[in-house]
Design a protein around this ligand. Structure first.
Ligand code: NAD
Ligand code: UDP
Length: 310
C-alpha cells in the first residue's frame, strides 16, 4: 500500500487534497498538521476511512515515518496569520522544508512543495512566467512568508542536485473555495462573509490592485498531475483570469444580493499591485488548465459559507 503524507492536511488546500487522494485504491493518506490554521472539522468526513490517519506534529521538528510520497503544504498562507508569528512562519517554511526533505531522503520518496506566486513579490513582469526571478522586499512584513518560500525552493533544488532527490515545485496563485476558515482573512472569504452578514466590505487601498483567482478543485487536480508527472518545476498553477479587487467585491455583492457598503482601508505594506500567472508550461507539460470560472466558483463558495456561518 502506497503511503502519501500531506503536511498541512487539515488546512484549506490540504483537506481537499486528502479527499482527492482517498479516491485512489491501495493507498494510505497521512494528514500531518499542528492545527495552527487548520481544523479537524475540515477532515471530519475522512476519519471514517480506515486508510486515513491524522498525526499532530509541527514540521519545524524532525519526524521519521514510512512514506512513499510527500505533499508539503504545511504553512499559514493568509497574510494576517503568517504575520502574527513571523518567526514561526519562516521556521515552518525553512526548517519545515529541511525536515520534510530529510524525510523524503530517508524514504527515497517523491516530494512536492506548495510554493507560491509570492516568490514573484510585487512583480514588474506581467503576467508572471516561471523564469521571472521576482521583486521581493527581504525585510518587510511579508518577507517571513515570501523569503521563507523562496528559501524553501532553493533547498528543494539543492537536495535535488546534491542528493538526487525527486522534487516537484508548484507555484500556487490565489486559490479560494469551500473549507476556507471563517477567520482566514484572505480576500474572497472576507468579502463573502461580510456580504452575507450585510457588514461593511473592507477594500484595502483603492481596490484597483489585481489578483487571479483559482477555484480549489482545479488547483488540487494540478497538484496531483504534477506529483504524478516526471516534471520537477517550478510550475505555475492558477487561473489566469485577472480581476481588480473592487470587481471581485462587486461580483460578490451582486451574487449575495447584499446590502453591504464598501469601505476603503489602508493598503498593507508591500501588497502586490498585480498578479496573473502565465500557465503555458502547466498546459503543455501537465495537460492542465482550470475549468471553473470566477462566477461559478464564487457561487459554490457563497453556498458553502451560507451553510457554515452561524
Ligand atoms: P491554510 O492556512 O488553510 O493551511 C495550512 C495548514 O498548515 C494548516 O492546517 C496549518 O495548521 C498547517 N500548519 C501551519 N504550520 C504548520 C507547522 N509548522 N507544522 C504542521 N502544520 C502546520 O493554508 P492553505 O491555503 O491551505 O495553504 C496550503 C499551502 O499552500 C501553504 O503552504 C501555502 O503557502 C500554499 N499556498 C496557498 C495558496 C492559496 O491561495 N490557498 C496560494 C499559494 C500558496
Ligand atoms: N484585501 C482586501 N480586503 C480584505 C482582504 C484582502 O482588499 O478584506 C486585498 C489585499 O490587500 C490584496 C488582495 O485583496 O490586495 C488579496 O489579498 P489576500 O490576503 O487574499 O491574498 P494575497 O495578498 O496574499 O494575494
Amino acid at each position: 500500500m502506497k503511503k502519501i503524507l500531506v503536511t498541512g492536511g487539515a488546512g484549506f488546500l490540504g483537506s481537499h487534497l486528502c479527499k482527492l487522494l482517498l479516491k485512489e485504491k491501495n493507498i494510505k493518506v497521512i494528514c500531518l498538521d499542528n492545527f495552527y490554521t487548520g481544523y479537524k472539522e475540515n477532515v471530519i468526513d475522512l476519519i471514517k476511512f480506515e486508510n486515513f490517519e491524522i498525526i499532530e506534529h509541527d514540521i519545524t521538528k524532525p519526524i521519521k515515518i514510512k512514506v512513499n510520497q510527500i505533499y508539503n503544504l504545511a504553512c499559514p498562507a493568509s497574510p494576517i496569520h503568517y504575520q502574527k508569528n513571523p518567526v514561526q512562519t519562516i521556521k515552518t517554511a525553512v526548517h519545515g522544508a529541511i525536515n520534510m526533505l530529510d524525510l523524503a531522503k530517508y524514504n527515497d520518496a517523491k516530494i512536492l512543495q506548495a510554493s507560491t506566486s509570492e516568490v514573484y513579490g510585487d512583480p514588474k513582469i506581467h503576467p508572471q512566467k516561471e523564469d521571472y526571478w521576482g521583486n521581493v522586499n527581504p525585510i518587510g512584513i511579508r518577507s517571513c512568508y515570501d523569503e521563507g518560500k523562496r528559501c524553501a525552493e532553493t533547498l528543494f533544488f539543492d537536495y535535488h542536485r546534491q542528493l538526487s532527490l525527486k522534487i516537484k515545485i508548484a507555484r500556487i496563485f490565489n486559490t479560494y473555495g469551500p473549507n476556507m476558515d471563517t477567520n482566514d482573512g484572505r480576500v474572497v472569504s472576507n468579502i463573502i462573509i461580510q456580504a452575507l452578514k450585510d457588514e461593511d466590505i473592507t477594500i484595502y487601498g483603492n481596490g484597483n490592485q489585481t489578483r487571479s483567482f483559482c477555484f480549489v478543485d482545479d488547483l488540487i487536480k494540478g497538484l496531483y498531475n504534477l506529483m504524478e508527472s516526471n516534471e520537477t518545476g517550478p510550475i505555475n498553477l492558477g487561473n489566469p483570469a485577472e480581476f481588480k479587487i473592487i470587481e471581485l467585491a462587486n461580483k460578490i455583492i451582486k451574487f449575495t444580493k447584499s446590502k453591504s457598503k464598501i469601505v476603503y482601508l489602508n493598503l498593507p505594506q508591500d501588497d502586490p499591485q498585480q498578479r496573473k500567472p502565465d500557465i503555458s508550461l502547466a498546459m503543455k507539460i501537465l495537460n492542465w488548465s482550470p475549468n471553473v470560472t470566477l462566477d461559478e466558483g464564487l457561487l459554490k463558495t457563497i453556498d458553502y459559507f451560507k451553510k457554515n456561518l452561524n
